[in-house]
Design a protein around this ligand. Structure first.
Ligand SMILES: Nc1ncnc2c1ncn2[C@@H]1O[C@H](COP(=O)(O)OP(=O)(O)OP(=O)(O)O)[C@@H](O)[C@H]1O
Ligand SMILES: [Mg+2]
Length: 336
């Protein structure tokens, strides 16, 4: 197994009213070379904080309390500021939901991409080669009029075009890992599927590893090989996409799947999970964070520390469900 990204027991906290609150709570996940892995959960679950921590852009008022993050086997948490500046945008990149915030409004697209190449190049590159490399990349992300885009300012492009530019910018230096934090959420459905197609192509052609973050399990299920489901800072269930979608085990995963619209459910009311993700102030830090919204919850769920259950590639954090028995039951149900 060739792990490009490996996060082990990582915890990030904030100090709120003199209390340390864990916004990312003891999470472990990995992405193998060439794999597309999804991280899903509702708003406020800690997905962006996880993404930002991977590239050392976590908020300045947060604190890394515990854990390890390795990229290509290197302990990135011990990197100096110079090393981060060198590696970010070269060996690993991040793209965000709102491309405008990541682009400089005063610099033409071609020049922004050029700056990124030059900043990370070991030797000087002549301007003809630079331009042709940028044009190739703008074509690869299927921008229809690359010459025009090259000479445009960000505000002259549509949201979908800006997101393509951002993908081009993030991949221009051939990184091994791309962290994509809700890159399609702000786009309409057609543009969204075009962007996903481009990311998939890049993943296949360049063996790019992708950690794809979304609140929408409907988007992630067809796009990712494995999925991690996050709730209130904790990864509650993970597994191979098809297994997880066909046979969700954690009540939270079940709730997320029941709320995906589909043709089969047309005309029926979609179920939603009652309540909201608790804000950091309202998290007790004890027991299972999903207990207050869970239809199975028992008193033990509110107090006992969760332990991971693992069978093969499936992992579960729940006091009330035995993973092994549940998987056996699913297997025998499928036979009958
Ligand atoms: N700088 C900060 N100071 C205090 N709390 C913060 C800070 N940044 C994030 N949080 C809190 O941490 C929690 C997780 O935030 P995060 O942005 O990671 O959520 P998310 O899963 O990405 O949600 P969304 O789907 O809305 O993007 C939220 O409750 C958020 O309010
Ligand atoms: Mg987010």
């Amino acid at each position: 197994m060739n792990k490009v990204l490996e996060i082990d027991n990582f915890t990030l906290s904030f100090k709120i009213k003199d209390k340390e609150v864990k916004a990312v709570n003891d999470i472990s996940l990995y992405v193998e070379k060439g794999e597309v892995v999804g991280l899903v959960g509702e708003s406020g679950c800690g997905k962006s904080l996880t993404a930002l921590s991977i590239v050392n852009l976590q908020p300045s008022n947060s604190k890394i309390v515990d854990g390890q993050i390795e990229i290509n086997g290197e302990d990135v948490l011990s990197y100096s500021r110079e090393m981060w500046n060198d590696k970010r945008g070269k060996d690993f990149s991040i793209i965000f939901q709102e491309p405008m915030s990541a682009l400089d409004p005063l610099v033409k697209i071609g020049n922004q991409i050029k700056e990124s190449i030059v900043a990370h190049a070991d030797e000087s590159i002549n301007s003809v080669d630079l331009k042709s490399r940028i044009m190739d990349m703008l074509r690869a992300v299927e921008l229809r009029n690359p010459e025009l885009v090259y000479d445009s300012y960000p505000h002259q492009l549509s949201g979908g075009m800006r997101q393509r530019v951002l993908i081009a910018l993030s991949l221009i230096n051939n990184p091994c890992l791309l962290v994509a934090d809700e890159p399609t959420t702000a786009l309409d459905v057609t543009v969204q599927s075009q962007i996903l197609k481009i990311l998939k192509q890049m993943n296949e052609e360049l063996s790019l590893s992708v950690l794809f973050i979304s609140h929408d399990l409907g988007v992630v299920k067809n796009f990712c090989e494995r999925i991690y489901v996050m709730y209130a800072g904790l990864i509650v269930e993970s597994g191979i996409s098809s297994d997880l979608i066909e046979n969700p085990i954690h009540p939270y995963t079940k709730g997320l799947i029941d709320s995906i619209p589909s043709i089969k459910k047309r005309g029926k009311t979609l179920s939603t999970i009652k309540g909201n993700v608790p804000t950091l102030e309202r998290r007790s830090g004890m027991g299972c964070p999903f207990a207050s919204r869970c239809y199975l919850a028992k008193p033990v769920c509110y107090v006992k520390k969760l332990e991971e259950q693992r069978v093969g590639s499936r992992s579960l954090f729940c006091h009330l469900i035995n993973l092994e028995e549940e998987l056996e039951r699913i297997k025998s149900d499928a036979k009958n």
